[in-house]
Ligand binder design. Structure first.
Ligand code: F3S
Length: 420
């Protein structure tokens, strides 16, 4: 039985206004469906309902904004339905653009911070260990829980904004300590250091981890190197695509897993899976669906490119040029592009012949030209979704593979430890 506080009751009976009442009625119904016995406070939110996918989501946002809704906690905004100021460079229908812009305005009117990024955790402020938040966007959720140690459920679109307006969430799932214990042990068996240090290892492991764990919490043991945040970002995004992973632990690396015992909260794993180099090679192969070497476009920055990634790209493209007939696209956030511009990275991309899009990405807006059917990417998430959502064939590779391929005009692979 769900118990509400006096303040919850005021929100629910309309004393805090009709928008809060509407949001609270949805939070309460969802709490009952989840079997929650109470609600708890959050101190921040990340809103994924910003993506325009049709009239219903737009109407919902405009209804709330029209009733005077305001977020009660700091709320960053996920990618939207288009690059607000650059969409005209792509074949996006004008009516789609108008609706997507209306939806963006509605969320800003409600007080959302117009970050328009799926990687809000790569700018400050970001949630800290133990902080209760309500986040949407699967790749951001898994990063918040696993890498930052913040606490969020996998909030679906529309519920995320209702939680932000009320500042309350059902006290269930990953908000509660006891539900954050590891369930499946994944042991890395005899993986050479050269592979552990290779960037492709992280999306490949994420892809495999998602398939093994699905919506369970896995604990990975045997990481002998300390990954960068971008590598953990790539791992989590891939795991949240091939599975519904919202939390993983890396023993000795992620905040709630200083030891194997701590990751399992003293319990025993329900299952142990040994991951070999052959399993990882198969996961890496699985992400490539394109045959032959034809290439139309390269897409990097899924999740959105960080400054560190911009800097790596800048070094790689020096002296190279994208071959005519191939497009090279970086997706990133406004904040990161500003920093990349100041660091000279944008000029380097332009000299290479690449372009950038902000606020969105090809999986969330109809920006791809119709002649694009062969794409290369370094993202496990993009490689997983693009064949189904965009009907493109994908070649998965490292960032260096992506750059070399764009310059060559066809898919090439640089020498890597995977081939040895
Ligand atoms: Fe971000 Fe789009 Fe990838 S929202 S995580 S760049 S699919």
């Amino acid at each position: 039985m769900l118990k509400l506080t006096g303040a919850d009751g005021e929100m629910l009976d309309g004393r805090r206004g009709p928008a809060v009442q509407m949001a609270m009625s949805i939070v309460v119904e969802m709490a009952k469906a989840y079997g929650a016995t109470e609600l708890l406070d959050i101190t921040a939110a990340h809103i994924d309902s910003t993506i325009y996918i049709g009239e219903a989501g737009l109407e919902f946002a405009e209804r709330l904004a029209g009733l005077g809704a305001r977020v009660a906690v700091p709320a960053t905004l996920n990618v939207s339905g288009l690059d607000e100021h650059g969409w005209q460079a792509w074949p996006i229908p004008a009516d789609w653009a108008r609706n997507a812009q209306r939806q963006m305005r509605a969320y800003v009117q409600m007080g959302g911070v117009p970050t328009w990024t799926c990687a809000p955790y790569q700018s400050e402020p970001r949630p800290h260990l133990g902080q209760q938040v309500a986040w949407g966007e699967s790749s951001a959720i898994v990063f918040a829980n696993s890498v930052l140690g913040a606490r969020t459920e996998r909030y679906p679109d529309l519920l995320d904004i209702c939680c932000a307006i009320t500042g309350r969430v059902p006290a269930v799932g990953l908000h509660l300590t006891e539900n954050r214990a590891g369930e499946i042990l994944i042991r890395l068996a005899g993986i050479p250091a050269s592979i552990l240090q290779d960037e492709v290892f992280y999306p490949a492991l994420g892809h495999l981890l998602g398939k093994i764990a699905q919506d369970r919490i896995s604990v990975v043991d045997g990481m002998k190197v300390r990954p960068t945040e971008d590598q953990l970002k790539a791992l989590g995004a891939a795991a949240a695509s091939s599975g519904s992973v919202a939390l993983f632990h890396l023993v000795g690396i992620t905040p709630e897993a200083p030891t194997l015992e701590a990751a399992f909260q003293g319990r025993l794993p329900s299952r142990t899976v040994e991951v070999t180099l052959e399993d990882l090679r198969a996961a890496r192969r699985d992400l490539t669906t394109a045959e032959g070497d034809r290439l139309d476009m390269v897409v990097v920055g899924c999740p959105h490119f960080s400054l560190a990634e911009w800097q790596q790209l800048t070094e790689m493209v020096e002296g190279k040029h994208v071959r005519p007939g191939v497009r090279f696209l970086v997706t990133s956030s406004r904040a990161m592009v500003q920093r990349a511009t100041e660091a000279g990275c944008l000029a380097a991309l332009e000299a290479f012949g690449g372009t950038v899009t902000v606020d969105t990405c090809p999986l969330t807006t109809p920006m791809l030209p119709p002649d694009v059917s062969r794409v290369m990417t370094n993202s496990g998430k993009h490689a997983y979704y693009a064949p189904g959502l965009l009907h493109t064939r994908v070649a998965f590779g490292s960032l260096a593979d992506c750059v070399q391929s764009a310059a060559a005009g066809h898919i090439v692979r640089v020498e890597s430890p995977w081939d040895q």
